[in-house]
Structures are given as C-alpha cells and as structure tokens.
Ligand binder design. Structure first.
Ligand code: NAD
Length: 288
C-alpha cells in the first residue's frame, strides 16, 4: 500500500476559512470582533516567530487582538497582574501566554490564573479537567489539529480501532490520548519507558507520534493500512525539518500519513483561531 498524504496545509486553510466566516458572523451579530491577546515575555527567537505567525493568521481570519511584548526581566507578579487584567477585559475572548517563559518565571501559577473561558491554548488545569471529564471546553490546539486530520481521513467514530500515542506530555500526548478515547478508540499510551515499543505500535490502526526523536518510528512499526499522524518536529543533520516518523518507508505501509513539514504543524495555529472564535461565541451566549 502507498499512503495518501494528509495535507495539513490544505486542511488548515479550510479551517481558517471556516473561522473567518464565523468571525464575520460574530462581528455582525455582536458589533465587535472576537479578540485574541498573546503575551510574549523575553526575546526567544523561535517564540517571536511563532507569535508573529499567530498575529498574522489572527488578523487574516478577522479576529481583533494584540501582542503584549514584555521584557525578559518581567517579574512573576507583573506577568500575573497582566493576565488578571486581560481576564477582566470584556473585549478579550482568548488569552495565550507563549511558552516557554524565560528562566526565573514559573508558567504554572500564570496558567492557574488564566480565566478558563479565555484559555484558547487549552492548557489550564480547568481545561485539562474538562477534557478528562468529557465535558465541553477549550482543547489544546495541536491535539485538536490531529483529531481534525483524522476526521479528514474519514475517521470520526473510532469504535473498534486500536490507537497508540507515543509521548505523554501534557501539551500533546496526554490530551491526544483522551481525545482518541472520547472517539471510542482503544488507546495505548507509550513513552520512553515502554517495553517493546515496535510491537505495541505494530498492533495499532492509528499511530500518533509526539516524541521529538527524528525518524524514531520505522517501517516495521506500522501495520498495513494504519493511519499515521506525525506531531514531531526535529531538525535533521542537513538542517531540514523531519518528523518522528521515517516518512518514506512508513508511507509504503500506511493508508494515510502526515508529512513534516506541512502536516500537523499548520493545523496548530488554525485550531487556535478556531478556539478563539468558539470562546467568543460561548462567552456571548453565556450573557444571553
Ligand atoms: P516532550 O519532550 O514534552 O515529550 C516527549 C515525550 O516523548 C515524553 O512523554 C517521553 O516519554 C516520550 N519519549 C521520549 N523519548 C522516547 C522514546 N525513545 N520512545 C518513546 N517515547 C519517548 O515533547 P512534546 O512537547 O510532547 O513534543 C513532542 C514533539 O512534538 C516535539 O518534536 C515537538 O517539537 C513537537 N510538537 C509539535 C507541535 C506542532 O504544532 N506540530 C506542537 C507541539 C509539539
């Protein structure tokens, strides 16, 4: 079998188009634009690029908003005070604190303060709890993007399917596993201490790799016809980006596979925009 490519770039463009339509309808109905505010502390070059991309995408999708750029020597109290201020501003629907924070700042108390209804990154303990409980809430963006990709591959109800998630981070692995479970998959969570990872993986109908190890997942790990979602972003020896999956050889066995770049990556920002417009709609509906 040769896999069909799950084209994240194209699917993200569809999601961004949907968001734009909803954002325009929201603005027409409520007389204001849905607002996304991003907090960026310090001058980490990668974070600056990510934030600029989010800013541009938000503008194109018809969202209002602002980036709050704070110096690296911002105190914990100043950062938490800004989050409280954004929480209290009725024109702001989504707040995202770009991580990682510079050394000396602790992300957890900042996230603990963030209003759950504005948590468009889906990373607060409340959002995590709602996901665990299967209740509506704002879900983390990269895992949501993976689920949307699966839907595009024709996999919505996962009853009877075996899924494996490799990686157990709070940002990616754990939430994806819970989302797959919510769609009725039988889920294995694998990680750095898992024994016989290749055999575990070879049983799965759906493989999600979120590890951060270049081309860890090999051809023999992939069951014929499996769907492969590669979250990993690694810089190869030649400077090129590669995923956690050995793409060419695994594509010979999979039915669907995401490339790196151009797979999960573009979905993350699209789902952030989707979360922002959803948060705005939900906040206005709660007032009615
Ligand atoms: P992390 O370092 O927090 O977690 C990695 C996980 O992989 C850990 O749970 C660990 O147990 C597991 N692991 C490590 N080595 C392993 C091995 N040899 N075998 C099996 N499991 C192993 O990383 P993260 O934040 O979850 O990110 C994972 C990857 O996804 C990274 O490459 C990151 O750059 C990428 N990522 C991509 C996006 C995107 O938008 N596409 C978003 C977030 C993260």
């Amino acid at each position: 079998m040769t896999a069909q490519v799950l084209d994240g770039k194209a699917i993200a463009a569809v999601v961004r188009g949907e968001v734009k339509e909803r954002a325009e309808a929201f603005a027409a109905k409520y007389g204001r634009r849905a607002g996304l505010h991003v907090v960026l502390v310090g001058d980490d070059p990668a974070s600056q690029v990510y934030v600029r991309n989010k800013e541009m995408a938000a503008g194109k999708a018809g969202l209002a908003g602002q980036v709050h750029r704070l110096p690296a020597d911002t105190s914990q109290a100043e950062l938490e005070a800004l989050v409280e201020k954004l929480n209290a501003d009725p024109a702001i629907d989504g707040i995202l604190v770009q991580l990682p924070l510079p050394a000396g700042l602790d992300a957890q108390p900042v996230l603990d303060r963030l209003a759950p209804e504005k948590d468009v990154d889906g990373l607060t303990p409340m959002s995590a709890g709602l996901l665990l409980d299967g209740r509506p809430g704002l879900r983390p963006c990269t895992p949501s993007g993976c689920m949307r990709l699966l839907r595009e591959a024709g996999l919505d109800d996962l009853s009877g399917k075996r899924a494996i998630v490799i990686g157990r981070s709070l940002l990616v692995g754990k939430p994806i596993a819970l989302m797959l479970l919510a769609k009725n998959a039988t889920v294995t969570m694998a990680h750095s201490r898992t024994a016989n990872l290749a055999e575990e993986c070879a049983r799965a109908d759906i493989v999600v790799a979120a590890v951060g190890r270049a081309e860890l997942v090999k051809r023999e790990w992939i069951r014929e016809g499996a769907v492969v979602i590669d979250v990993g972003i690694n810089r190869g020896d030649d400077g090129k980006l590669v995923g956690d999956v050995a793409y060419a050889e695994c594509a010979e066995r999979a039915s669907w596979i995401t490339p790196v770049p151009g797979g999960v990556g573009p979905m993350t920002i699209a789902m952030l925009l989707d979360n922002t417009v959803a948060a705005a709609e939900r906040r206005e509906a709660a007032k009615a």
